[in-house]
Ligand binder design. Structure first.
Ligand SMILES: [Zn+2]
Length: 572
């Protein structure tokens, strides 16, 4: 007798093999039969008309904190994600000592856009080692499987305190950091993560701790992964454009020293940045020549920045705007309503700067408004509104913003990706040096979102545009990321694998537009999109979501290196 039987679905198994109509039997959390099943089952799901695939695996998330206030890790699992890797970019919350909690909270608020009030009120901050943190997460009963890297900035702060944000580590300090990293990997950490990205600054605008590390420190720490089975590396290069020489050299040497695959992000391919994508992917060739392995994460769907005067995020880069945007929202609101204050902001923004594009007010598109009078502006371009109403574009926008009490969201009015853009996206998605990922789920909560990439890719790229066969896309969303992190018995729908499964309607699958909702601890906002067409999601054989809603089950597991992963592991 099976625990679960999924009857009559179209199985796409994640290997890339052609779809087949088959029943799937599940016993004790694993797939135990595929084909025509006649035996009885305690519970049967009718999958007629549905596609049955392995659960999607999101390898670049920042869900380290959210799990404490929301063990559903919403919305990712509603979009079919059954395993997430967190602790990326060096931004882990373990190991932790009490004096560093405030620094980590403020750093995460700035660098990953998690509301400070949510971090303060929604997270207990009561662990010390990575081992205790992983136990603490398991005790929260997450809905999906979660693996965690051990993060460089957290390690550095524990060992060096404030000096971690000021200078290189001494040999003794590197030894102490290395010892902590060993502890974390021994406890089940999935690898070492770090960043040199120029955009990664703490709450005071100071480069995050890992940016003060030199190549020697990075290579020494990465090499420790060699001693731990089933580990990986994750690292972000300095520059936003072409990779710089120092970053490429560091990535190649880290991977070669560790004998582990290093992944980096992010590639957003389009026709006008194809050369840059290929320049960056070239680091993989250099790594291979040096005996290492490097893979880039590609986010093929467009991420839409959501500007608001409520958060002021990104707008605070305009000349002279940092102060007003950091002021309490009530003061900002008063300044925008006051004609003199408004004029002052407009004049400051109009000064020459390297973010002049942020001040092209006429070019913004209004996304979401929050009153009955402002509803009519949704989906309209600010320049058109200004012309209709005989106003200056900045005034036209700010009038709407004030009517909405700062909540209005707006974005760049960019044309949709062209056929040529899609050609490049397909080319990069299929490049063996790249892999789909980099959703950043759990981060930038009120600014941008792409945690819904599985439903968007299956809806738009596979069905609507017919650009990639279903079997291939499923392989790229399941098996490929599972192989990257060497996950045992996940990523493929085969006998013996864990029953992490998604059942979806291929004619309906898609994602709703992002909606700003104030449902975070402390009343903070985030962008939420709902999945359409995801009918059932199972994790370890247990149904966690039905027709877009979570069940009460929380069967997710903390995945540990050497147990749930193995370097020798290449297939189920
Ligand atoms: Zn990240």
């Amino acid at each position: 007798v099976f625990d679960q039987l999924i009857r009559g679905g179209t199985v796409v198994d994640g290997t890339g093999a052609p779809r087949q109509r088959a029943d799937v039997g599940i016993t004790a959390g694993r797939v135990t039969a595929i084909g025509e099943v006649r035996e009885a089952a305690r519970n049967t799901i009718d999958a007629d008309g549905l596609v049955v695939t392995p659960g999607f695996i999101d390898v670049h998330t920042h869900l380290d904190a959210q799990v404490f206030w929301d063990n559903t890790l919403s919305p990712s699992p509603l979009h079919g994600v059954t395993t997430v890797i967190a602790g990326n970019c060096g931004f882990t919350v373990a190991p932790l000592i009490a004096r560093e909690a405030r620094f980590l909270m403020r750093m995460l608020a700035r660098v990953e856009g998690m509301p400070l009030v949510s971090l303060q009120t929604g997270v207990p901050w009561d662990w010390d080692t990575t081992a205790r943190y992983l136990e603490r997460v398991q005790a929260e009963r997450p809905v999906v499987n979660m693996g965690f890297m051990v993060g460089h900035s957290a390690l550095r702060r524990v060992v060096m305190g404030e000096a971690a944000s000021e200078r290189r580590a001494t040999p003794d300090e590197i030894d102490a950091i290395a010892a902590l990293l060993r502890e974390g990997l021994a406890a089940g950490g999935l690898g070492f993560s770090s960043t040199w990205a120029a955009t990664h600054k703490d709450a005071d605008g100071v480069p995050v701790p890992s940016r003060h590390a030199d190549t020697n420190e990075l290579v020494q720490l990465a090499s420790i992964c060699r001693d731990f089975d089933g580990t990986s590396l994750e690292f972000l290069a300095q520059a936003g454009g072409d990779f710089d020489e120092a970053s490429m050299d560091a990535m190649v040497r880290m991977s070669a020293a560790a004998q582990r695959t290093l992944n980096w992000n992010v590639i957003n391919p389009a026709v006008d940045n194809r050369a840059m994508c290929l320049q960056r992917l070239g680091v993989s060739d250099r790594a291979r020549a040096a005996g290492g392995s490097v893979v880039g994460l590609v986010m093929p769907i467009r991420t839409v920045p959501h500007f608001t005067f409520k958060s002021g995020y990104a707008l605070d880069m305009l000349p002279g705007w940092a102060g007003p945007m950091a002021a309490p929202p009530a003061d900002r609101f008063a300044m925008l309503r006051d004609p003199a204050g408004r004029r002052q902001l407009a004049e400051l923004a109009a000064q020459p700067s390297d973010v002049e594009h942020l001040a092209r007010w006429a070019h913004y598109l209004v996304l979401q408004t929050f009153t009955s009078e402002t509803k009519r502006y949704e989906g309209r371009v600010v320049g058109d509104i200004a012309a209709d109403e005989g106003k200056d574009p900045f005034d036209a926008l700010v009038d709407i913003v004030c009517a909405d009490e700062l909540l209005t969201t707006f974005t760049f009015n960019r044309p949709a990706p062209s056929a040529a853009d899609w050609d490049v996206k397909l080319e990069i998605m299929r490049d063996p040096r790249a892999l789909i990922g980099a959703s950043d789920a759990g981060a930038h909560l009120d600014f941008t979102a792409s945690y819904d990439y599985p439903t968007r890719l299956l809806g738009e790229v596979v069905r609507d545009r017919g650009l990639m066969p279903l079997e291939e896309m499923v392989q790229r969303l399941t098996d490929a990321p599972a192989r990257l992190y060497r996950l045992r018995d996940r990523g493929r729908l085969v006998e013996g694998a864990y029953a992490d499964l998604v059942l979806f309607d291929p004619d309906a699958i898609s994602s709703t537009p992002y909606d700003m909702r104030a449902d975070l601890p402390g009343g903070a906002e985030r962008l939420v999109s709902d999945a359409i067409g995801i009918e059932h999601v199972l994790v370890n054989g247990v149904e966690i979501a039905t027709s877009g809603r979570f069940t009460d089950e929380r069967p997710g597991r903390v995945l540990r290196s050497g147990v749930d992963t193995s370097t020798a592991h290449t297939s189920t």
